[in-house]
Design a protein around this ligand. Sequence first.
Ligand code: SF4
Ligand code: SF4
Ligand code: SF4
Length: 248
Amino acid sequence: MTANAVATPCPTMTERSGVERPAAAPTAAPLGYLTPHYEIRLCRGATGCPNALIDVRSVGELVREAVEASGWCEHLAERANRPLLLHQKFRAAVAGCPNACSEPQIRDFGVVGWTQPGTGERACNQCMECEAVCREGAIVVEDEPHIDRERCVDCGACVRACPSGTLVAAQTGYRVLGGGKLGRHPRLADTLLERTDAAGVRAAARAALGLMRQREARLGEILEREGPEPLCGALSNCPGPVGPKETQ
Ligand code: SF4
Ligand code: SF4
Ligand code: SF4
C-alpha cells in the first residue's frame, strides 16, 4: 500500500559546456498511501528528515485508520455504477514541520507538526545561534532570548540550535488543515485546529470525511460555500482551539 515510485531520469544541461548528460540520482516519489479511494502523502520526515517535529509515519497511519473507519472507501465503491472521477478521491498530507514539504495546503486534509519554543532554566550564553537560525526574525537576544510570537512559525529550529539548553520545546503538537485543492478553482486550506493532539487529528479527519460524504463534494467547495460552520460542532469537542493561531 505504500507508494514510493521512482521517476524516469531526465537529461539536464551542464552550466559550463551545455552538454546534455543524465540527471543525478532520480528523486523518489513522495511516500505515503495510494489507493483507488484515497491518497495520504507523507513528507521526508517519515524517512529521517532532521527537521521533523512529530512522528510522520504514525500520524499518517492515524489518518489512514480514520479514513478506513469512516466508511469512505465503501461510500465511493457504492458509486461504482457511476464513473469514479479522480478528484473524488480523498487527498491528505502529513508534514513533519511548518516547511510543509508534502503540501498539506492543497489537500482536502492536512496535518503539520509544530514545536513552540520557550525558555527553560539554563542560562543563556549569548552565542546568538538562535537569532542566526531563525528565518522569521522572531528572536532577539538581549540578556536572554525574546521570542515574537506573532512572527514565530513554531519550526523548532532555535531549540535544536541552542547549545546551552536555554531554549526548550515548550509544547509540540499538530496543526490540522482542511479544504485545500487545485483544479479549476484552486484554494489553500483553512486551519481547522491550530494546536491539537492525536485525538484531535482523528476527530477532525472523521468530521471532514463525514461532511464530504454527506454533501458529495470536496471539503474546499463546502468551506467555500458554507464557511466553517458545518465542521464547528464536531471540532468544538476536539483538544486545541479551532481556527488560526493564537499569539498570546
Ligand atoms: S516538512 Fe519538514 S520534516 Fe518534512 S521533509 Fe520538509 S523539512 Fe523535513
Ligand atoms: S521556532 Fe522557528 S520561527 Fe519560532 S523563533 Fe524558533 S526558529 Fe524562529
Ligand atoms: S542559542 Fe541559546 S545560548 Fe545562544 S543566544 Fe540563543 S538562547 Fe542564548
